[in-house]
Write a new protein. Structure first.
Lengths: 216, 222
């Protein structure tokens, strides 16, 4: 049986999962945009480096990546506590995926608009801030939210380095009570609720934007 | 620090076994869940609202559960229901159950985008039921969703790394074993991640080849 104290215990795991994911998302979305801009910048070395980073990180399992950061970096002389290592690993991971989303929006951006912006005397940074960005962030929003849900589902990977997130908390409760089913099912429901809330929030935001600013 | 590539070279067989296990686990479970996903597609496209709603709820619910949590459910919670599984069966069950929800949704999406006129035309030519599904719908759906299935296979390969936590000797487990024996964490995990990169790159290449082939056999739409 799932008691109230167990549920409270699980909720501390929820707090860790939400906090770590939220930091990774908050940092990873703008960093992804920077990486995408780095790729589309006309600097040969930078573009290649950004492309290799995105390709490599997207192909690596999050668990393996977390272990590479946590166990591997100290060997290079950079020691990290589990929690910062978890945040860094998830941020670096989601940055790579977000960069692909931003890049797709940048590549799809109509050239004519850029040319008219230049004709109106806008410099590169100004036209990016006033013309490009307000449109690409709306175009990218659904894909970015989709990547956020994927990140939350990959976040149990941080349990392997000892961060007590929702999944590890459920595992601990299962190990102490010898009744694995209730905590695991409760954790599954909590993940489902978290993802549902995120998706509902995103859809509401998209609808409001459509009402206020019209269709894209 | 000095990079100890000699250890990696020396332990190459262990990495090879790990990579081999990752490959066959993912290949077998992908094949199984493609079949199961195809079967699930039928209730998902049903005309009855209750049938369709129930199937959709199961698929959507399944896609909300993180892979590691599902692994724990299968490996630790099934025994409490009287169904003991060893780590290999647990690995396969988890991979198949997890992936089937995604495959069903992918295939459903492919079917939903099929022009309705096709089914009507097939009806007019006397195709019904299973024959209609097998000869008209399924081949086109598979060609249409080929690249998405490739992406899902890459996702599955990456998720399979979680299986190292229940001590399935796949690639990440092998890397962890080598690093803890020789204490070469950086070299070991970096080598494993490079192998994953190559494996996922290989899948992408295959999908690309498949798309080229499909563009030859595909009939013009509409």
């Amino acid at each position: 049986m799932l008691t109230a104290s167990m549920l409270l215990d699980l909720l501390t795991g929820v707090a860790t999962t939400v906090a770590v994911s939220a930091i990774a998302i908050a940092a990873g979305v703008p960093l992804g945009l920077l990486l995408a801009l780095g790729r589309s910048a006309k600097m040969p070395m930078l573009g290649t480096a950004c492309a290799i980073y995105a390709s490599f990180v997207r192909a690596v399992p999050v668990v393996t990546f977390v272990m590479l950061i946590f166990f591997g970096l100290p060997a290079l002389g950079m020691s990290l506590d589990p929690l910062p290592a978890a945040v860094i690993a998830l941020t670096l991971n989601t940055t790579a995926f977000n960069s692909e989303i931003w890049r797709a929006a940048i590549v799809d951006f109509p050239r004519g608009q850029l040319e008219s912006a230049r004709a109106f005397g806008m410099t590169g940074p100004v036209s990016f801030r006033r013309i490009v960005f307000p449109q690409i962030w709306r175009a990218s929003l659904p894909s970015l939210v989709n990547e956020m849900t994927l990140l939350i589902k990959a976040s149990p990977a941080i349990a392997i380095i000892g961060v007590v997130d929702l999944t590890r908390k459920a595992r601990q409760i299962a190990a102490t009570t010898y009744e694995p089913l209730p905590p695991f099912l409760a954790a599954a429901v909590l993940y489902g609720l978290a993802l549902l809330l995120l998706v509902i929030a995103a859809r509401t935001l998209e609808r409001r934007l459509r009402v206020r600013l019209g269709r894209l | 620090m000095n990079v100890r590539l000699d250890v990696i070279w020396h332990e190459l067989p262990q990495f090879a076994i790990g990579l081999g296990n990752t490959v066959w686990l993912c290949a077998v479970s992908m094949t199984l869940s493609l079949v199961l996903g195809g079967l699930l597609m039928v209730p998902l496209m049903s005309r009855h609202r209750v049938v369709r709603g129930t199937a959709q709820a199961i698929v959507d619910g399944g896609r909300c559960v993180p892979f590691l949590l599902l692994t724990y459910l299968v490996y630790f919670a099934l025994p409490s229901l009287g169904l003991t599984v060893d780590k290999w069966s647990a690995a396969l069950i988890t991979l198949v159950v997890y992936n089937t929800a995604y495959m069903a949704e992918i295939l459903r999406g492919g079917w939903a985008h099929l022009p309705a006129g096709q089914t009507d035309a097939a009806h007019a030519f006397g195709f019904t039921g299973l024959k209609l599904f097998r000869r008209i719908i399924l081949p086109q759906v598979l060609i249409a969703v080929g690249p998405v299935i490739g992406n899902q296979l890459i996702q599955l390969i990456k998720d399979s790394a979680f299986l190292s936590i229940i001590t399935v000797p796949e690639l990440t487990f092998a890397a962890n074993a080598v690093q803890s024996y020789y204490f070469v964490p950086f070299e070991s995990f970096l080598f494993a991640t490079l192998l994953y990169w190559a494996l996922c790159g290989g899948v992408e290449w295959l999908v690309h080849r498949g798309e080229k082939y499909a563009s030859i056999v595909r009939l013009p739409r509409d």
